[in-house]
Design a protein around this ligand. Structure first.
Ligand code: XBP
Ligand code: MG
Length: 237
């Protein structure tokens, strides 16, 4: 039996990459007077690297190798740009522009009713997680989660297993007592490397990723208004 569900956030709870992160990166670039713009298709490629600061560094190395900041080290420049990006992201959340995906509220409610423990393991910034929960599920929803493992609390981001291993140790549970819910190839790789069974809910950025090893791949979590479809089921949960 499953004692805990460990949720990814970006792309799993909400289409945050589409509705929040990409627009927020572009707003922060414009504010800084940079002529950078991440189109949906370029962003799809950049998602290969998880973590916002890491993604900016990857973009520079690959697409703007000649760039250097007017003053100070590159790392400081990226950190400042990323803080502005987080500010824009939180503003988009506050305006209600990042809704939950179908079935997320339903599953959280049913899990809570059944006494299943809830946890989060994500590479995104902690404020973004708390902001998303409050904006979509109300103030008290943050307390529904026994563990919120996020951001730079572990240095190696997904596909490294570290954030899941960290969440498991905080929960005091073994991997075989939990189920991870993910949306991406990197997320599945991270959860699998932590020996977690993983349910994958795809989105437009991740539908072509390699999901070998997932328990099942579904289009979304589904609720009464939006029935979900099983795209691939390797084994019974
Ligand atoms: C999500 C991410 C995040 C966001 C940006 O990966 O890679 O970095 O794109 O968040 P996953 P920050 O869903 O696999 O955890 O800018 O706050 O880092
Ligand atoms: Mg994700």
């Amino acid at each position: 039996s499953i004692k805990a569900l460990i949720f990814d956030v970006d792309g799993t709870l909400a289409d945050t990459e589409r509705d929040g992160h990409r627009p927020a990166f572009n707003l922060s670039f414009a504010d800084a007077g940079l002529d950078w713009h991440w189109s949906p298709s370029l962003y799809g490629e950049l998602l290969e690297v998880t973590g916002g600061k890491e993604r900016i560094a990857h973009y520079l190395a690959r697409h703007r190798p000649e760039f250097s900041p007017l003053e100070g080290p590159l790392e400081t420049f990226i950190a400042k740009l990323h803080r502005e990006k987080t500010r824009h992201y939180l503003e988009l959340l506050g305006r209600g522009e990042i809704p939950l995906r179908p079935g997320v509220a339903r599953l959280l409610r049913e899990a809570r009713d059944a006494g299943v423990i809830l946890a989060i393991a994500t590479t995104t910034t902690p404020e973004n997680v708390v902001g998303l929960l409050r904006a979509t599920l109300g103030e008290e929803s943050v307390s529904w989660f026994q563990v919120i493992a996020a951001g730079d609390v572990v240095p190696a981001k997904k596909p490294a297993p570290d954030i899941f291993t960290y969440a498991l140790s905080q929960l005091g549970l073994r991997a075989d007592e939990c189920l991870a819910i993910e949306d991406s190839g990197n997320g599945l790789a991270a959860a699998s490397a932590a020996e977690l069974r993983t349910l994958v809910t795809i989105n437009d950025y991740t539908r072509d990723h390699d999901f070998t090893g997932a328990c099942a791949v579904i289009d979304h979590l589904g609720d009464a208004e939006n029935p979900c479809h099983i795209l691939r089921g390797d084994s019974v949960l």
